[in-house]
Design a protein around this ligand. Structure first.
Ligand code: NCD
Ligand code: ZN
Length: 347
């Protein structure tokens, strides 16, 4: 039985670090084991300009412990007013690594996102020209569409058209949750990829809703039926370069989640790799973990592969993680699935 693996240091291709007094917690939890992360721009106000991204990056680096190294890969939040020239300049200079498209109203702080897709055409054209990837929150926001169907409807009515209009555009469908998304991504060309989260590999909608509602399992897109979780699992362990880890670690204060209208997001950064090692081992696919966490994402984004390695060791007893972190603003619960892991990252 394998007791230890060594893999190239992972990257997180979808991460929420938040801001202000949360940064020292979020940044260092990720930097413990990840080399780089694509930083989501959905702050209040959102990161819509290069100057905002520069300032945010500076705050992130200030929060990083001196003994850790970490590279935040910044993104711009796409609005109907985004200037194509600014995107071009930001991507060419390396200030940003991607642009993030939120359909307006789809998720946390997405109100400044896109309503009219005609208005973002010039930006998408320039992105395709310079090779800047587009990260997409792939859900429609129409209240007449059932929340469990919003990803599939987005693929059929929005995503496919964006890609047909811009064949050279590199697109990442973020945090996919359905078999339909997996099938679509496998079937399409190499300019389309997807991130998969730790929590969507761990949970189905029974975990969220059966026997009581569990606010710390609530995220967007919402977790789906078991058949969909199994499709995601198959994609993640397939070794296909089109599927890679984006944790979507999205901390909210407990009092905001445990409320009559709780926020969406799971805080998975502290124990993601331990949970993934357990899941991949269960699937007899530990040899595919490195591709998923450390290789395929870098290749899709055109970045170098990290040169250092991390070790993940299997112990005899389940690994005990803290239940919460304490921040000056309040407690934040760390994601804990309905299974244990005996794996531990050696730091
Ligand atoms: C994210 C957040 O809280 O910022 N929430 C979530 O449930 N995933 C936003 C997002 O990525 O949808
Ligand atoms: Zn997210």
């Amino acid at each position: 039985m394998i007791k230890e693996i060594e893999i190239v240091r992972p990257d997180d291709w979808h991460l929420h670090l938040r801001d202000k007094d949360l940064l020292p917690f979020t940044v260092n939890e990720t930097a413990k084991s990840f080399a780089r992360a694509i930083i989501m721009p959905n702050l209040v106000p959102p990161i819509t300009r290069l100057i905002d991204a520069e300032n945010y990056k500076h705050r992130i680096m200030k929060a990083l412990k001196p003994n850790l190294s970490f590279i935040p890969l910044m993104t711009l939040y796409l609005t109907e007013e985004t200037d194509p020239e600014e995107v071009k300049q930001g991507y060419k200079s390396g200030q940003i690594s991607a642009v993030k498209l939120y359909p307006a109203g789809a998720t946390t702080n997405s109100q400044s996102g896109v309503r009219n897709y005609e208005k973002i055409k010039p930006v998408l054209e320039i992105m395709a020209e310079v090779g800047c990837p587009l990260c997409i929150h792939g859900e429609v926001t129409d209240s007449n569409i059932d929340i469990f169907d919003r990803e599939k409807v987005f693929i059929d009515t929005v995503l496919d058209k964006i890609r047909t209009d811009n064949p050279a555009l590199k697109v990442i469908m973020e945090h996919i949750t359905t078999k339909e998304a997996v099938d679509y991504i496998f079937a399409e060309n190499e300019n389309l990829a997807a991130t998969v989260t730790t929590h969507h590999l761990s949970l189905n909608r029974n975990d969220l809703l059966s026997g009581g509602i569990r606010p710390h399992f609530y995220c967007l897109p919402v977790v789906k039926r078991e058949v969909h979780r199994l499709a995601l699992l198959k994609a993640a362990i397939s070794g296909s370069p089109k599927f890679f880890l984006g944790t979507d670690s999205a901390p909210h204060l407990d009092h905001d989640k445990e409320s009559s209208c709780g926020c969406a997001g799971c805080f998975t950064a502290p124990n993601t790799l331990e949970i993934l090692a357990h899941i991949f081992e269960e699937q007899k696919a530990l040899n595919k973990l490195e591709l998923f966490t450390s290789i395929s994402g870098a290749k899709f984004y055109g970045k170098n592969i990290n040169t250092d390695k991390i070790r993940i060791v299997k112990k005899d007893e389940p690994t005990l993680f803290p239940k919460k972190i304490n921040t000056p603003s309040g407690e934040i619960t760390i994601f804990s699935p309905n299974f244990e892991t005996k794996w531990q990252v050696q730091v």
